[in-house]
Design a protein around this ligand. Structure first.
Ligand code: SAH
Length: 393
């Protein structure tokens, strides 16, 4: 018997809008005893077939749609085709001055639970759902079969796996071990990528647009890069003629890669400070320091809507401290990568910070995640990274 997930009455609306998530509260019953990750037929309470989904018994997101077409097969061939098509959508980007891009962005590329980032000949993948876990061999084979791929390394160690009842798995999945010297080439920049020990898949591909912006904002400015990670913004600012530079991050290993990135790009990136950003910013404020360009790119501070209030206070504290450190006509590049925080809310939080700092601050630009992190119109949850380019009076 085909395992079947029956929705409660009137719970098919979001699926009709092609939104891929089925929450536990919308499920009436599940027949056929599917195992975690198994493909289930999704039916409305009146028995209409709505498509096929990956079943996640441990998660609040109880199932994720593979397809809204009841006649479309969900098998190794169709899943491989999704991965291949997602990679093909990045061809233009990868022909245009970078060898590094996100190839597969989970639901946004019709492969729920698979993140795959390419750095040259190396693909780093992360499986985050029971469905992706069940199809692991198919997924890593599909990635390994992409033209020019020598290594597929798995970084399935994201916290979100716990919500799916999955443990961590890190290691070589296909091909040759990753090079310890692996470098992402982006325009004229070189960034070292620590695939085994770095954050996420090793590098923040999603800040590509912001890196371009920093090229134009940095010349002649005194620059403060907070949450610097491996110093990508610092390298660019230094090479583009920043007057001086201070980079702050709490991760020693990340700052070690920042040193390596300075050498790779043949530039002096100035002082690297291993410190808590909140404490360091207060210290700079107490010493009445001033900067002409401040970059504020904190980690995800809200993992869910429930954490939004607390996260908003943290974003406000950070931005308040930053605005106070801005020289006259100084520029603040401030980010939130919390999906739960909308651009609207983020702007309000930052406005509150500027008000408390008694500064007049204008939005001169907005930044977003780049084209290899697309946002399907039917799945706005894919949008997570937003940035404001602010200019103080
Ligand atoms: N701007 C970076 C990415 C930043 S990711 C880039 O473009 O590559 C967020 C960074 O914040 C991580 O490097 C993490 O080590 C650092 N971090 C997290 N909490 C911190 C804290 N309390 N103080 C300072 N750094 C912190």
């Amino acid at each position: 018997m085909t395992p079947t997930l029956w929705l409660r009455p009137n719970r098919e609306r979001s699926l009709k809008l092609r939104h891929p998530w089925i929450f536990s509260g919308g499920v009436a019953k599940v027949e056929g005893d599917p195992m975690p990750g198994a493909t289930v037929c999704v039916k409305s309470s009146s028995g209409d077939a709505l498509g096929w989904a990956a079943y996640s018994p441990a998660s609040q997101i109880r199932a994720r749609m593979w397809t809204f077409e009841p006649d479309e097969p969900v098998d190794a061939a169709s899943i491989t085709a999704r991965v291949t098509a997602a990679a093909a959508r990045r061809a233009t980007l990868l022909a245009g001055g970078t060898d590094s891009a996100r190839l597969v962005f989970s639901e946004a590329d019709d492969v729920p639970g698979l993140i795959a980032d390419r750095y040259g000949d190396t693909v780093v993948c992360q499986l985050t759902t029971a469905g992706a876990e069940l199809w692991r061999d198919t997924l890593v084979d599909a990635l390994a079969a992409l033209p020019g791929v020598r290594t597929v390394f798995e970084r399935s160690d994201a916290d979100v796996r716990e919500r799916e009842g999955l443990g961590a798995r890190v290691g070589l999945a296909r091909g040759e071990p990753p090079s310890p010297e692996l470098v992402a080439h982006e325009h004229r920049w070189r960034f070292g990528v620590d695939v085994a020990g770095g954050h996420k898949t090793g590098f923040y591909l999603d800040q590509r647009n912001a890196r371009r912006a920093v090229e134009h904002l940095a010349p002649g400015r005194r620059v403060l890069n907070v949450f610097a990670y491996t110093g990508a913004f610092s390298v660019i600012a230094a090479r583009c003629g920043a007057a001086n530079l201070l980079s702050i991050d709490s991760s020693g290993p990340a700052l070690a890669v920042a040193h390596r990135n300075a050498a790779l790009n043949d530039v002096d990136i100035g002082e690297l400070q291993e410190a808590d950003a909140f404490t360091a910013l207060r210290g700079l404020r107490d010493r009445a320091r001033e900067y002409d360009l401040i970059i504020l790119d904190p980690p995800k501070l809200a993992n869910s809507e429930a954490q939004l209030d607390r996260a908003s206070r943290a974003y406000k504290d950070l931005n308040l401290l930053a605005v106070k450190l801005l020289a006259p006509r100084g520029v603040l590049l401030t980010f939130s990568c919390s999906g739960a925080m909308t651009m609207d809310l983020f702007q309000k939080v930052v406005a509150g910070a500027a008000l408390d700092a008694r500064r007049t601050v204008r939005i001169v630009d907005r930044l977003h995640q780049p084209s290899d992190h697309p946002v399907p119109l039917a799945f706005p949850e894919a949008e997570y990274l937003k940035g404001l380019v602010l200019e103080a009076s």
